[in-house]
Design a protein around this ligand. Structure first.
Ligand SMILES: *Cc1c(COP(=O)(O)O)cnc(C)c1O
Length: 834
């Protein structure tokens, strides 16, 4: 009797059974349709029949966010319960790309959402196209941070991304008459459904002023006190980052700067209306706009303020959470692993020292041990001019306490180096945290290396060159501190989301294990000699090209030939990436077609995309060159069916998702030794493009994986470049030796390709013939040779499809899941097999 009545009670399993049904319904087409209608009424506030596509996107975004939030709550609870070690990924940039379809993919609700949209007579893709892209990054470095957030969550690493909530992200690019025109990016104009303000996390960050010392009455020790000139409020905005079908959600916490008191009533009452809001405006400029990477002089002070602002907010937030969990501050490094994405947040080393010594009153030695155990530093550049340095006067006036701390770190560090390398004064000067050649400077890379437990480069070659060259002195002092983690990209966004037909084909033959274990793509190798499958592979590739063609027709009103080879270079515009080498090669083809030397050339479509830093005149001229070449070959009746050159404006993550899958040939042609890693190359490879490239960055490892027979190699190697540099490189020698290069350069100088205009490209011609820092002239002939080989093989479609398939099959290493596993093992010491 009792047993029977007991059976009537909702037992534990039944309760969770009901939750499971509710959750399932949540994710069904019906559940999504109902939630959509509910959000349309209550969140958007419109009758559905009056709604426009933007309203529909917003309603859909809100209902997807609801579903992410459910998993977020459980993830947070479990982190607190298990007192896990947390990775804090500090980055000045997070180039996330649109959220909606990615969140649906990771939650596994895309099919239901599509069905719900069908029933409502909407197109999900049209509605997703309404999402403004959060362009909070310039390029590879910011995109890496975003890929790593996806992989950390998918691998269930407890992680927080910390950065800045720029009100204006990367500028929108327009091409007018071949020249780049910049427009401000108002991505927050219509609100952002993906972020949630976290009021409990508000922080206060000080700047300027001076320091004072007092003597402790009892111990007689000196106590430092910072008397700042002003303080800015940091307000946290959280964006949930869902993992791939694992119900895990990590947090991206971005800081917005606000004035402490946004409105000074006293000033207002005195009648100074502008003065009353001036303080608010000045404070808020800190998180106003994302800076381009190649600016050197402009806005130095504001940029340092940005870096210190978000780094300080983030460290204070960690300390707050640490204490909230009642953990002793001495155990800080056991709880938090802070990864510095380049030197932008490296001021954090001095800031943590300040917090530990000044605020927590821990002795210097113990504080230093904790600090060093907390940080890891990822270096992203070999270009010495790109290593961050701050003029001492700017630094000291903004951060008077930090400069003292840095001097103390430096004093102790140099004492160690003097003991280690006695008498080697030149070495001490090179290693000092303060540069004394010319104007005194604070060297952020040196601070980052000295204050971190581990330092890593982002590809094998890059990490080797760091040890041999850029950071040689430090490597000799701390050899065990240096390691490599080759970059990776998330296959969820860059394969599954970017190319659904390819994803379907891979699922059909391999199952779905590759979604979280990209090495499983190796299974494709079973099909390399299967003529039927190769044919399928080729057709699928043509369909991808057709889809990009449709987009370009819609957006630019240009028709592309999907049977032509799509030869693609998309990335930031920079001399070291050498878009001009690509353009000069096309001019070479043009000349050879005009002279009748080249007859049966397979038709090619050259696609370019990428932004130039607004103050980088040379890069803007490179864009103009590409556009000029495009006009030339597109108008000439002899070439217009063989060559097509298109600069696709406003390159971004969403544009990348359209372009990478449609590429046949991937241009990775940087000067050897200059590209730290590159990640674009990995996205191309996954999607089956074959690379033409130099032995640089991750290209080397791509070639290693795919086999040299499946990679079009050309150009000088890094050691050969270094040697030429030392011996005195003379670009004109190459011009004189190569008849084709001479024809191209003479034509460019004489206005043959630009309707007689001899002025526009004169600076470029002069630079290439006289200086050519990036060895364009030296690599031209070999590049043309490799290009012609690629063209020949493309005509053999079976052979090409085989190469393409092997590129996808062997791309497993380049998943960011592999990179994150390596960070866990070698740097963060997190055990993933918990
Ligand atoms: C991947 C990516 C990059 C980096 O490209 P590289 O070829 O590695 O320079 C830059 N911008 C966007 C939008 C990207 O998606």
């Amino acid at each position: 009797m009792q047993d029977a009545s007991h059976g009537q009670q909702p037992s534990e399993t039944e309760t969770s059974g009901t939750t499971a049904i509710a959750a399932q319904d949540n994710r069904s087409a019906d559940g999504i349709r109902l939630a959509f209608l509910r959000h349309m009424r209550r969140t958007i506030g419109k009758p559905v029949e009056f709604s426009n596509t933007l309203d529909q996107y917003r309603a859909m975004a809100h209902l997807v966010r609801d579903r992410v939030m459910d998993d977020w709550i459980t993830t947070v609870e479990s982190y607190v319960q298990h007192n896990v070690r947390v990775v804090c990924y500090l980055s000045a940039e997070f180039l996330l790309g649109p959220h909606l379809l990615n969140a649906m993919l990771n939650l596994g609700i895309t099919d239901s959402a599509e069905k719900a949209c069908d029933e409502l007579h909407y197109s999900l893709t049209q509605l997703a196209d309404e999402e403004p892209e959060p362009g909070l990054g310039n390029g590879g470095l910011g995109r890496l941070a975003a890929c790593y957030m996806d992989s950390m969550t998918t691998l269930e690493v407890p992680a927080v991304g910390y950065g800045l909530r720029y009100e204006f992200g990367i500028f929108r690019q327009e091409i007018r008459d071949g020249w780049q025109v910049e427009h401000s990016d108002k991505w927050l104009e219509y609100g952002n459904p993906w972020e949630i303000p976290a009021s409990e996390a508000t922080q206060h960050v000080s700047f300027g002023g001076h320091t004072e010392t007092t003597k402790d009455e009892k111990t007689g020790e000196l106590i430092w006190k910072w008397v700042p000139a002003f303080t800015v409020k940091g307000v946290a905005y959280d964006t949930p980052i869902p993992g791939y079908r694992n119900k895990q959600v990590n947090r991206l916490r971005l800081w917005k700067a606000e004035a402490e008191d946004s409105f000074d009533l006293e000033i207002f009452n005195r009648g100074d209306y502008m003065g009353a809001v001036r303080d608010k405006m000045e404070s808020e400029t800190i998180s106003k706009v994302l800076y381009p990477p190649d600016e050197t002089e402009q806005g130095k002070r504001l940029r340092l303020m940005q870096q210190y602002f978000f780094t300080s907010c983030s460290l204070q937030d960690m300390v707050r959470l640490h204490k909230l969990q009642k953990l002793p501050i001495e155990k800080f490094a056991d709880k938090w692993s802070v990864q510095l994405n380049d030197t932008h947040p490296s001021i954090g080393i001095a800031e943590l020292m300040r917090i530990l010594t000044d605020e927590e009153e821990i002795g210097w030695d113990e504080a230093w041990t904790i600090t060093q155990a907390t940080f890891g530093y990822t270096n992203h550049t070999l270009l010495p001019e790109a290593l961050e340095k701050w003029p001492l006067p700017i630094f000291a006036s903004l951060l008077p306490r930090h400069i003292e701390i840095i001097y103390e770190i430096n004093r102790r560090f140099l004492k160690d180096m003097q003991a280690k390398f006695p008498g080697d004064t030149a070495r001490w000067a090179r290693m000092s945290l303060i540069g004394e050649d010319g104007e005194k400077q604070v060297r952020m890379a040196n601070l980052a290396v000295v204050g971190s437990k581990m330092v890593n480069g982002v590809a094998k070659l890059h990490s080797e060159l760091l040890k041999e060259d850029t950071l040689k002195d430090f490597y000799e002092a701390f050899p065990n501190r240096f390691t490599n983690v080759t970059n990776g990209v998330t296959p969820r966004r860059w394969l599954m989301l970017a190319d659904p037909p390819l994803t379907a084909l891979l699922n059909e033959v391999l199952g779905t294990a590759w979604h979280t274990d990209l090495y499983a793509l190796r299974g494709l190798e079973d099909y390399v000699d299967d003529a039927g499958f190769l044919d399928k592979w080729r057709k699928r590739q043509e369909e991808s090209k057709g889809r990009l063609g449709d987009f370009i027709k819609r957006s630019m009103d240009v028709s592309l030939n999907p049977a032509s080879m799509f030869d693609v270079q998309v990335k930031r515009i920079h001399e070291y990436k050498r878009q001009h080498l690509n353009a000069l090669h096309i001019l070479g083809l043009y000349c050879r077609i005009k002279s009748g030397e080249l007859k049966d050339l397979p038709p090619r479509t050259f696609l370019f995309g990428g932004k130039a830093a607004p103050s980088y005149t040379y890069a803007k001229l490179m864009i103009k060159l590409v556009c000029t070449v495009g006009e030339l070959v597109g108008k000439d009746p002899q070439t217009k069916d063989l060559l097509r050159v298109l600069f696709v404006p406003d390159y971004s993550v969403s544009l990348g998702q359209r372009i990478y899958p449609a590429a046949d040939l991937s241009e990775q042609i940087s000067t050897a030794g200059k590209e730290a890693s590159g990640t674009g190359c990995m996205k191309f490879m996954m999607n089956g493009a074959v690379a033409i490239g130099t032995l640089d960055g991750a290209n080397i490892e791509i070639r290693e994986e795919v086999g040299e027979e499946n990679f079009f190699l050309f150009g000088l190697t890094a050691p050969q470049i270094a040697e030429k540099q030392k011996a005195g490189y003379r670009p004109r020698d190459f011009y004189e030796k190569s008849p084709l290069l001479r024809e191209v350069m003479d034509g460019l100088r004489d206005g043959r390709f630009s309707n007689g205009d001899r002025d526009t490209f004169a600076p470029l011609v002069r630079d290439l013939l006289e200086v050519d820092r990036y060895f364009v002239m030296a690599d031209f002939d070999d590049y043309a040779r490799a290009q012609s080989e690629a063209g020949k093989i493309f005509c053999d479609s079976k052979k090409w499809s085989r190469m393409s398939l092997l590129n996808t099959a062997r791309s497993g290493k380049f998943s960011s899941d592999r990179s994150i596993r390596e960070y866990c093992q070698n740097i963060w010491k997190i055990n993933l097999d918990r």
